[in-house]
Design a protein around this ligand. Structure first.
Ligand code: KG4
Ligand code: ZN
Length: 351
């Protein structure tokens, strides 16, 4: 390939259940390969032990494909990048050990990258001219947090979830309703036919002054509603008898849950942007695929004359292009690589 001054980087991401590799050339994504582990669907959630084993099976092929798609040979690379955390310890170890081995054999420097930081900057991968500061909402199965992004190195969490992540709430509710995993896309689809005002589910911490989230109360309220609608009173001293939930009730619960989740995500994001006097709003993470969330944020931002960016889905979900992109920014800014580093599975906390 014809190289320019921008760094050519091979990046690997294995923090959860997707084995991903990408080749980036500065801001340009030359390849972006994601192998999603579908084996977890049968378990209704991610099984960490299975996730690590699947990463071991896939990683060699995924990295090979990323290099082939980009038409790049390993010797042409300037550096390697890998997610060191947060995530599942076993999964992170597969990616970091693979990259450390590759770094040694190819004699290439390594940039360990924080997974959430990469999500935060993925909007800049989509739109390199996007202004800073910005307010970035990260919403996935594992994370829900608002970041005030001031520069390539300065970003602060201004609020995060106290309990479940938004995606986890979508997944748990979907499971209770007997829908498949992951639940978000099912709830999103049913919300288009259900009545979003049929049930008034709790909006956690809605009136709290800060920018924190809470979704655990929602789960309990949904469970109660399901119980109330899936049993009938027989009277005359006979206990309640179970009956299947009517499909219209399932759709109404789905739509009302989505409305409750989206309401708080949108209200807190807009309030945080206003508080920090920021006119640029971004979202990333799997839940940012949600159609109602995208529509509502688009409308709220355009009403205020603010810019709103939602990166394409292949940059929103877990992917290695965002990891390589952040590494490229670091390298161009003169940050040194790191040969010695450990995985750090711990989630990020609000300040
Ligand atoms: O970022 P992601 O692919 O993986 C991590 O969790 O890191 O996010 C997956 C999450 C799941 O909880 C899934 O239910 C949710 O994103 N999701 C959605 C939608 N598509 C995926 N949630 C709501 N609406 C959607 N359309
Ligand atoms: Zn993620």
């Amino acid at each position: 390939m014809i190289k320019t001054a921008e760094p050519l980087i091979l990046a690997v991401e294995t923090s959860c259940d997707d084995t991903a590799a990408a080749v980036v050339h500065g801001n340009a994504v030359l390849s972006n390969v994601i192998a999603s582990q579908t084996v977890h669907n049968d378990w209704g959630g991610i099984v960490p032990e299975i996730a690590s084993r699947e990463h071991v099976k896939a990683i060699g092929h995924v990295v090979d494909k990323a290099l082939r798609d980009a038409e790049v040979t390993p010797s042409e690379l300037d550096a390697l990048a890998v997610t060191y955390g947060p995530g599942l310890a076993g999964s992170l170890l597969v990616g970091t050990q693979f990259v450390k081995g590759l770094g040694l054999s190819l004699n290439k420097p390594i940039y360990p990258i924080h997974h959430i930081e990469a999500h935060v900057y993925s909007s800049y991968l989509e739109e390199p001219t996007l202004p800073m500061p910005s307010m970035c909402l990260i919403v996935s199965g594992g994370h829900t947090a608002l970041f005030h992004v001031e520069s390539w190195t300065a970003h602060t969490i201004v609020g995060s979830t106290r309990d479940d992540a938004a995606g986890e709430a979508f997944d748990k509710v979907a499971k209770m309703l007997g829908l498949g995993y992951p639940g978000g896309p099912h709830i999103d689809r049913l919300s288009k036919i259900g009545n979003a005002t049929a049930f008034d589910f709790p909006r956690g911490l809605r009136h709290d002054e800060g920018f924190e989230f809470s979704f655990s109360g929602l789960k309990t309220a949904v469970r109660r509603t399901i119980t109330a609608h899936s049993t009938i009173e027989m009277g005359h001293g006979v206990d309640r008898v179970a009956q299947p939930l009517a499909s219209t009730v399932v759709a109404d619960i789905a739509a009302s849950v989505q409305r409750a989740i989206v309401d708080v995500l949108v209200e807190k994001t807009i309030a945080a942007a206003a508080f920090y006097n920021v006119q640029t709003v971004c979202i990333a993470g799997g839940v940012s695929a949600n159609s109602e969330l995208r529509e509502r944020l688009t409308d709220e931002c355009s009403e205020r004359g603010w810019q709103f960016v939602a990166p394409r889905m292949s940059y929103c979900v877990d992917n290695a292009a965002m990891i390589g992109f952040v590494a490229a920014q670091r390298m161009q800014a003169g940050h040194p690589p790191q040969e010695e580093f450990s995985v750090d599975p711990r989630p990020m906390r609000s300040r």
